[in-house]
Ligand binder design. Structure first.
Ligand code: MRU
Length: 387
Protein backbone atom coordinates (compact mmCIF):
# COMPACT_ATOMS: atom_id res chain seq x y z
CA UNK A 1 0.00 0.00 0.00
CA UNK A 2 1.05 3.63 -0.38
CA UNK A 3 2.70 5.69 2.35
CA UNK A 4 3.24 9.30 1.30
CA UNK A 5 2.90 8.21 -2.33
CA UNK A 6 5.50 5.41 -2.06
CA UNK A 7 4.56 1.74 -2.25
CA UNK A 8 5.52 -0.31 0.79
CA UNK A 9 5.07 -3.86 1.86
CA UNK A 10 5.38 -4.56 5.58
CA UNK A 11 8.52 -6.65 5.08
CA UNK A 12 11.08 -6.55 2.29
CA UNK A 13 14.61 -7.49 1.34
CA UNK A 14 17.37 -4.94 1.68
CA UNK A 15 20.17 -5.47 -0.83
CA UNK A 16 23.52 -6.23 0.77
CA UNK A 17 26.04 -3.45 0.00
CA UNK A 18 28.65 -4.66 -2.49
CA UNK A 19 26.56 -7.58 -3.66
CA UNK A 20 24.45 -7.62 -6.79
CA UNK A 21 20.80 -6.96 -5.93
CA UNK A 22 19.04 -10.26 -6.48
CA UNK A 23 16.34 -9.37 -4.01
CA UNK A 24 13.46 -10.06 -6.40
CA UNK A 25 13.28 -13.47 -7.96
CA UNK A 26 17.02 -14.01 -8.47
CA UNK A 27 17.59 -17.41 -6.94
CA UNK A 28 21.37 -16.79 -6.62
CA UNK A 29 21.80 -16.83 -2.88
CA UNK A 30 25.45 -15.93 -3.03
CA UNK A 31 24.14 -12.45 -3.87
CA UNK A 32 21.05 -12.73 -1.67
CA UNK A 33 20.27 -10.15 0.96
CA UNK A 34 21.61 -10.40 4.51
CA UNK A 35 19.23 -7.77 5.85
CA UNK A 36 15.45 -7.78 5.95
CA UNK A 37 13.54 -4.58 6.56
CA UNK A 38 10.30 -4.08 8.42
CA UNK A 39 8.12 -1.19 9.52
CA UNK A 40 8.49 -1.05 13.30
CA UNK A 41 4.79 -0.76 14.07
CA UNK A 42 5.28 0.21 17.71
CA UNK A 43 5.88 3.78 16.59
CA UNK A 44 2.74 4.21 14.50
CA UNK A 45 0.72 6.36 14.03
CA UNK A 46 3.18 9.02 15.14
CA UNK A 47 6.41 7.95 13.43
CA UNK A 48 7.17 5.80 10.39
CA UNK A 49 10.22 3.85 11.51
CA UNK A 50 12.01 1.27 9.36
CA UNK A 51 14.04 -1.38 11.17
CA UNK A 52 16.77 -3.69 9.85
CA UNK A 53 16.65 -7.32 10.96
CA UNK A 54 19.92 -9.24 10.56
CA UNK A 55 19.85 -12.12 13.03
CA UNK A 56 17.39 -14.75 14.18
CA UNK A 57 17.38 -12.99 17.56
CA UNK A 58 16.32 -9.76 15.81
CA UNK A 59 13.42 -11.62 14.22
CA UNK A 60 12.38 -13.34 17.45
CA UNK A 61 12.42 -10.02 19.32
CA UNK A 62 10.53 -8.22 16.54
CA UNK A 63 7.76 -10.82 16.63
CA UNK A 64 7.56 -11.20 20.44
CA UNK A 65 7.61 -7.45 21.14
CA UNK A 66 5.28 -6.76 18.21
CA UNK A 67 7.44 -4.58 16.01
CA UNK A 68 5.68 -6.79 13.48
CA UNK A 69 2.34 -8.43 14.27
CA UNK A 70 -0.75 -9.80 12.58
CA UNK A 71 -1.01 -13.39 11.37
CA UNK A 72 0.22 -13.00 7.79
CA UNK A 73 3.11 -10.72 8.67
CA UNK A 74 4.17 -12.95 11.57
CA UNK A 75 4.29 -15.83 9.06
CA UNK A 76 6.28 -13.82 6.52
CA UNK A 77 8.69 -12.66 9.23
CA UNK A 78 9.18 -16.23 10.42
CA UNK A 79 9.89 -17.29 6.83
CA UNK A 80 12.59 -14.64 6.44
CA UNK A 81 13.89 -15.37 9.94
CA UNK A 82 14.54 -18.95 8.85
CA UNK A 83 16.30 -17.69 5.72
CA UNK A 84 18.55 -15.45 7.83
CA UNK A 85 19.30 -18.48 10.06
CA UNK A 86 20.43 -20.34 6.96
CA UNK A 87 23.02 -17.63 6.26
CA UNK A 88 24.92 -18.14 9.53
CA UNK A 89 28.59 -18.06 8.48
CA UNK A 90 29.58 -20.80 10.93
CA UNK A 91 26.99 -23.15 9.42
CA UNK A 92 29.29 -24.35 6.65
CA UNK A 93 28.90 -28.10 7.05
CA UNK A 94 25.59 -29.94 7.02
CA UNK A 95 25.65 -30.93 10.71
CA UNK A 96 26.32 -27.37 11.92
CA UNK A 97 23.79 -26.06 9.44
CA UNK A 98 21.07 -28.47 10.60
CA UNK A 99 21.72 -27.59 14.25
CA UNK A 100 21.46 -23.85 13.52
CA UNK A 101 18.25 -24.34 11.58
CA UNK A 102 16.68 -26.49 14.28
CA UNK A 103 17.54 -23.90 16.92
CA UNK A 104 16.13 -21.05 14.81
CA UNK A 105 12.92 -23.00 14.24
CA UNK A 106 12.51 -23.46 18.01
CA UNK A 107 13.32 -19.82 18.76
CA UNK A 108 10.88 -18.47 16.20
CA UNK A 109 8.08 -20.92 17.02
CA UNK A 110 8.24 -19.90 20.68
CA UNK A 111 7.59 -16.21 19.98
CA UNK A 112 3.78 -16.12 19.76
CA UNK A 113 1.38 -19.04 20.08
CA UNK A 114 -1.95 -18.12 18.48
CA UNK A 115 -1.31 -17.10 14.86
CA UNK A 116 -0.88 -20.40 13.04
CA UNK A 117 0.95 -18.72 10.14
CA UNK A 118 4.04 -18.78 12.34
CA UNK A 119 4.25 -22.56 12.58
CA UNK A 120 3.07 -22.96 8.99
CA UNK A 121 5.98 -20.79 7.81
CA UNK A 122 8.58 -22.48 10.01
CA UNK A 123 7.39 -25.97 9.01
CA UNK A 124 7.39 -25.01 5.33
CA UNK A 125 10.93 -23.72 5.62
CA UNK A 126 12.06 -26.86 7.47
CA UNK A 127 10.60 -29.05 4.71
CA UNK A 128 12.19 -26.97 1.92
CA UNK A 129 15.57 -26.78 3.63
CA UNK A 130 15.63 -30.49 4.49
CA UNK A 131 14.78 -31.45 0.92
CA UNK A 132 17.82 -29.59 -0.48
CA UNK A 133 21.20 -31.34 -0.55
CA UNK A 134 24.11 -28.92 -0.05
CA UNK A 135 24.38 -25.95 2.30
CA UNK A 136 24.33 -23.66 -0.73
CA UNK A 137 21.18 -25.29 -2.07
CA UNK A 138 19.57 -25.15 1.36
CA UNK A 139 20.22 -21.40 1.49
CA UNK A 140 18.71 -20.98 -1.95
CA UNK A 141 15.69 -23.03 -0.92
CA UNK A 142 15.24 -20.90 2.23
CA UNK A 143 15.33 -17.65 0.24
CA UNK A 144 12.96 -18.99 -2.37
CA UNK A 145 10.53 -20.18 0.33
CA UNK A 146 10.66 -16.91 2.30
CA UNK A 147 9.81 -15.03 -0.90
CA UNK A 148 7.02 -17.44 -1.74
CA UNK A 149 5.42 -17.08 1.73
CA UNK A 150 5.47 -13.28 1.45
CA UNK A 151 4.27 -13.15 -2.16
CA UNK A 152 1.48 -15.69 -1.57
CA UNK A 153 0.28 -13.68 1.44
CA UNK A 154 0.07 -10.47 -0.60
CA UNK A 155 -1.69 -12.26 -3.48
CA UNK A 156 -4.20 -13.95 -1.17
CA UNK A 157 -5.05 -10.64 0.50
CA UNK A 158 -5.59 -8.98 -2.86
CA UNK A 159 -7.92 -11.82 -3.92
CA UNK A 160 -9.85 -11.45 -0.63
CA UNK A 161 -10.53 -7.85 -1.63
CA UNK A 162 -11.98 -8.95 -4.97
CA UNK A 163 -14.19 -11.58 -3.34
CA UNK A 164 -15.39 -9.26 -0.57
CA UNK A 165 -16.12 -6.26 -2.79
CA UNK A 166 -19.52 -7.53 -4.06
CA UNK A 167 -20.78 -7.78 -0.46
CA UNK A 168 -20.21 -4.08 0.06
CA UNK A 169 -21.45 -3.21 -3.43
CA UNK A 170 -24.73 -5.02 -2.85
CA UNK A 171 -25.40 -3.14 0.38
CA UNK A 172 -24.47 0.12 -1.30
CA UNK A 173 -27.05 -0.49 -4.02
CA UNK A 174 -29.71 -0.73 -1.32
CA UNK A 175 -28.82 2.68 0.11
CA UNK A 176 -27.78 4.88 -2.82
CA UNK A 177 -25.83 7.99 -1.94
CA UNK A 178 -25.22 6.84 1.62
CA UNK A 179 -22.02 5.26 2.88
CA UNK A 180 -21.88 1.58 3.72
CA UNK A 181 -20.94 1.37 7.40
CA UNK A 182 -18.43 -1.39 8.11
CA UNK A 183 -17.31 -2.24 11.63
CA UNK A 184 -13.89 -3.78 12.12
CA UNK A 185 -11.91 -4.87 15.13
CA UNK A 186 -8.17 -4.65 15.74
CA UNK A 187 -5.95 -4.35 12.67
CA UNK A 188 -6.55 -6.90 9.98
CA UNK A 189 -5.16 -4.36 7.55
CA UNK A 190 -2.10 -4.34 5.32
CA UNK A 191 0.07 -3.80 8.38
CA UNK A 192 -1.04 -7.22 9.68
CA UNK A 193 -0.08 -8.95 6.43
CA UNK A 194 2.43 -8.35 3.68
CA UNK A 195 0.09 -6.08 1.71
CA UNK A 196 -3.63 -5.17 1.32
CA UNK A 197 -4.78 -6.84 4.56
CA UNK A 198 -7.78 -9.12 4.97
CA UNK A 199 -10.69 -7.29 6.63
CA UNK A 200 -9.56 -4.04 5.02
CA UNK A 201 -9.01 -5.48 1.55
CA UNK A 202 -12.71 -5.42 0.50
CA UNK A 203 -12.97 -1.96 2.08
CA UNK A 204 -10.05 -0.63 0.02
CA UNK A 205 -11.47 -2.32 -3.09
CA UNK A 206 -14.87 -0.68 -2.51
CA UNK A 207 -13.37 2.72 -1.82
CA UNK A 208 -11.18 2.46 -4.93
CA UNK A 209 -14.26 1.49 -6.97
CA UNK A 210 -15.97 4.71 -5.88
CA UNK A 211 -18.41 3.06 -3.46
CA UNK A 212 -18.94 5.29 -0.42
CA UNK A 213 -17.75 3.44 2.68
CA UNK A 214 -17.31 4.48 6.27
CA UNK A 215 -15.49 2.34 8.81
CA UNK A 216 -16.16 2.09 12.54
CA UNK A 217 -12.73 1.31 13.97
CA UNK A 218 -12.73 -0.42 17.37
CA UNK A 219 -9.83 1.05 19.34
CA UNK A 220 -8.88 -2.51 20.46
CA UNK A 221 -7.53 -2.36 23.97
CA UNK A 222 -5.07 -3.13 25.36
CA UNK A 223 -2.59 -2.44 22.55
CA UNK A 224 -4.93 -0.26 20.51
CA UNK A 225 -4.14 -1.72 17.09
CA UNK A 226 -7.43 -0.25 15.82
CA UNK A 227 -6.85 3.29 17.09
CA UNK A 228 -3.20 3.44 16.11
CA UNK A 229 -2.82 1.15 13.08
CA UNK A 230 -6.19 0.68 11.34
CA UNK A 231 -7.04 4.37 11.70
CA UNK A 232 -3.59 5.30 10.32
CA UNK A 233 -4.01 2.95 7.35
CA UNK A 234 -7.49 4.16 6.50
CA UNK A 235 -6.49 7.82 6.83
CA UNK A 236 -3.51 7.19 4.54
CA UNK A 237 -5.79 5.69 1.93
CA UNK A 238 -8.43 8.41 2.33
CA UNK A 239 -11.13 6.06 3.63
CA UNK A 240 -13.67 7.82 5.91
CA UNK A 241 -13.59 6.27 9.37
CA UNK A 242 -14.40 6.90 13.02
CA UNK A 243 -12.50 5.42 15.96
CA UNK A 244 -14.80 4.10 18.68
CA UNK A 245 -14.24 2.74 22.17
CA UNK A 246 -14.38 -1.03 22.16
CA UNK A 247 -17.75 -1.16 23.92
CA UNK A 248 -19.55 0.98 21.34
CA UNK A 249 -20.25 -1.56 18.59
CA UNK A 250 -23.32 -3.11 20.21
CA UNK A 251 -24.99 0.27 20.61
CA UNK A 252 -24.29 1.19 16.99
CA UNK A 253 -25.72 -2.12 15.78
CA UNK A 254 -28.89 -1.65 17.85
CA UNK A 255 -29.41 1.68 16.09
CA UNK A 256 -28.89 0.42 12.55
CA UNK A 257 -25.56 2.19 12.21
CA UNK A 258 -23.55 -0.87 11.14
CA UNK A 259 -24.32 -2.55 7.78
CA UNK A 260 -21.78 -5.33 8.17
CA UNK A 261 -18.82 -6.32 10.29
CA UNK A 262 -15.61 -7.64 8.76
CA UNK A 263 -12.82 -8.90 11.00
CA UNK A 264 -9.68 -10.94 10.49
CA UNK A 265 -8.45 -14.20 11.96
CA UNK A 266 -5.25 -15.44 13.53
CA UNK A 267 -6.21 -19.11 13.51
CA UNK A 268 -9.32 -20.72 12.02
CA UNK A 269 -10.35 -24.34 12.52
CA UNK A 270 -11.29 -26.55 9.60
CA UNK A 271 -14.87 -26.28 10.91
CA UNK A 272 -14.89 -22.47 10.84
CA UNK A 273 -14.29 -21.41 14.47
CA UNK A 274 -12.21 -18.27 14.46
CA UNK A 275 -9.58 -16.98 16.88
CA UNK A 276 -9.12 -13.24 16.53
CA UNK A 277 -8.13 -10.31 18.71
CA UNK A 278 -9.73 -10.26 22.15
CA UNK A 279 -13.20 -8.70 21.97
CA UNK A 280 -14.11 -10.14 18.57
CA UNK A 281 -16.46 -12.68 20.18
CA UNK A 282 -18.48 -9.92 21.87
CA UNK A 283 -18.86 -8.12 18.54
CA UNK A 284 -20.04 -11.33 16.92
CA UNK A 285 -22.64 -11.82 19.68
CA UNK A 286 -23.91 -8.27 19.22
CA UNK A 287 -24.00 -8.71 15.45
CA UNK A 288 -25.96 -11.97 15.82
CA UNK A 289 -28.48 -10.31 18.15
CA UNK A 290 -29.00 -7.44 15.70
CA UNK A 291 -28.98 -9.38 12.41
CA UNK A 292 -25.82 -7.63 11.27
CA UNK A 293 -23.82 -9.83 8.87
CA UNK A 294 -20.52 -10.81 10.49
CA UNK A 295 -17.78 -11.77 8.01
CA UNK A 296 -14.32 -13.10 8.73
CA UNK A 297 -11.71 -12.43 6.05
CA UNK A 298 -8.74 -14.80 6.04
CA UNK A 299 -6.16 -16.29 3.77
CA UNK A 300 -6.12 -20.09 4.00
CA UNK A 301 -2.68 -19.79 5.61
CA UNK A 302 -4.55 -18.96 8.83
CA UNK A 303 -6.52 -22.22 8.74
CA UNK A 304 -5.23 -24.86 11.13
CA UNK A 305 -6.30 -27.96 9.20
CA UNK A 306 -5.48 -30.22 12.15
CA UNK A 307 -8.24 -28.95 14.47
CA UNK A 308 -12.03 -28.58 14.46
CA UNK A 309 -12.89 -27.24 17.92
CA UNK A 310 -11.66 -23.69 18.38
CA UNK A 311 -12.44 -23.41 22.10
CA UNK A 312 -10.64 -26.64 22.96
CA UNK A 313 -7.76 -26.55 20.51
CA UNK A 314 -6.65 -22.99 19.80
CA UNK A 315 -3.89 -21.79 22.16
CA UNK A 316 -4.74 -18.32 23.45
CA UNK A 317 -1.75 -16.08 24.05
CA UNK A 318 -1.54 -14.32 27.39
CA UNK A 319 0.70 -11.28 27.25
CA UNK A 320 2.26 -9.17 29.99
CA UNK A 321 -0.34 -7.58 32.32
CA UNK A 322 1.42 -4.23 32.01
CA UNK A 323 -0.07 -3.90 28.52
CA UNK A 324 -3.44 -3.57 30.34
CA UNK A 325 -2.20 -1.50 33.28
CA UNK A 326 -0.43 1.08 31.15
CA UNK A 327 -1.38 2.92 27.98
CA UNK A 328 0.80 4.57 25.34
CA UNK A 329 0.18 7.74 23.40
CA UNK A 330 1.83 10.91 22.18
CA UNK A 331 2.29 13.93 24.42
CA UNK A 332 3.92 17.01 22.89
CA UNK A 333 4.99 14.91 19.92
CA UNK A 334 6.75 12.31 22.10
CA UNK A 335 5.56 8.76 22.79
CA UNK A 336 4.66 8.46 26.48
CA UNK A 337 3.46 5.57 28.64
CA UNK A 338 1.13 6.23 31.55
CA UNK A 339 -0.33 4.05 34.29
CA UNK A 340 -4.13 3.58 34.20
CA UNK A 341 -4.79 1.43 37.26
CA UNK A 342 -4.04 1.65 40.96
CA UNK A 343 -0.33 0.80 41.13
CA UNK A 344 -0.88 -2.55 42.83
CA UNK A 345 -3.94 -3.79 40.97
CA UNK A 346 -3.23 -7.03 39.14
CA UNK A 347 -4.32 -7.30 35.52
CA UNK A 348 -4.91 -10.14 33.06
CA UNK A 349 -4.09 -9.89 29.38
CA UNK A 350 -5.73 -12.49 27.15
CA UNK A 351 -4.76 -11.49 23.63
CA UNK A 352 -7.33 -13.45 21.60
CA UNK A 353 -10.75 -15.05 21.87
CA UNK A 354 -12.61 -17.63 19.84
CA UNK A 355 -15.77 -16.82 17.90
CA UNK A 356 -17.72 -20.02 17.26
CA UNK A 357 -18.60 -20.72 13.64
CA UNK A 358 -22.34 -20.39 14.40
CA UNK A 359 -21.88 -16.64 14.87
CA UNK A 360 -20.04 -16.12 11.57
CA UNK A 361 -22.07 -15.31 8.44
CA UNK A 362 -19.34 -16.38 6.01
CA UNK A 363 -15.61 -16.64 5.57
CA UNK A 364 -14.01 -14.51 2.84
CA UNK A 365 -10.99 -16.43 1.55
CA UNK A 366 -8.65 -16.05 -1.40
CA UNK A 367 -10.74 -18.66 -3.25
CA UNK A 368 -14.09 -17.02 -2.53
CA UNK A 369 -16.78 -16.95 0.14
CA UNK A 370 -18.05 -19.94 2.06
CA UNK A 371 -20.19 -20.68 5.08
CA UNK A 372 -18.08 -21.54 8.14
CA UNK A 373 -18.66 -25.28 7.86
CA UNK A 374 -16.13 -28.01 7.33
CA UNK A 375 -17.82 -29.45 4.23
CA UNK A 376 -18.11 -26.01 2.63
CA UNK A 377 -14.56 -24.99 3.49
CA UNK A 378 -13.34 -28.26 1.97
CA UNK A 379 -15.29 -27.57 -1.21
CA UNK A 380 -13.04 -24.52 -1.63
CA UNK A 381 -9.90 -26.36 -0.50
CA UNK A 382 -10.43 -29.97 -1.67
CA UNK A 383 -6.72 -30.74 -1.35
CA UNK A 384 -7.22 -30.55 2.45
CA UNK A 385 -9.78 -33.34 2.65
CA UNK A 386 -7.20 -35.66 4.18
CA UNK A 387 -5.88 -34.45 7.54
O1 MRU B 1 -1.78 -9.30 18.48
P1 MRU B 1 -1.76 -9.00 17.02
O2 MRU B 1 -1.76 -7.54 16.70
O3 MRU B 1 -0.69 -9.75 16.27
O4 MRU B 1 -3.13 -9.59 16.57
C1 MRU B 1 -3.41 -9.87 15.28
C2 MRU B 1 -4.46 -8.97 14.83
O5 MRU B 1 -4.18 -7.88 14.41
C3 MRU B 1 -5.84 -9.36 14.87
O6 MRU B 1 -6.24 -10.36 15.64
C4 MRU B 1 -6.42 -9.29 13.50
O7 MRU B 1 -7.73 -8.96 13.61
C5 MRU B 1 -6.29 -10.56 12.73
S1 MRU B 1 -5.56 -10.34 11.28
C6 MRU B 1 -4.07 -11.10 11.43
Amino acid sequence: MLVDGQHYRTIWEHPTPGRPNTSRGGGDTSGGPDTIRIIDQRHLPFEFVIEDLKTVEDFARAITDMHVRGAGLIGAAAGYGMYIAALLPEATNIAAFDAAIELAAKQLTATRPTAVNLTHAVDRQLAAITAAASVQQKRQAALHTARAIADEDAAACSAIGNHGLPLIKKISERKPGQPVNVLTHCNAGWLAFVDHGTATSPIYAAHDAGIPVHVWVDETRPRNQGASLTAWELANHGVPHTVIADNTGGHLMQHGMVDLAIVGSDRTTRAGDVANKIGTYLKALAAHDNNVPFYVALPSSTIDWSITDGLADIPIEQRHPDEVRFIQGAANGKMETVLLTPPDSPAANYAFDVTPARLVTALITERGLCPPREDKILELFPERRQR
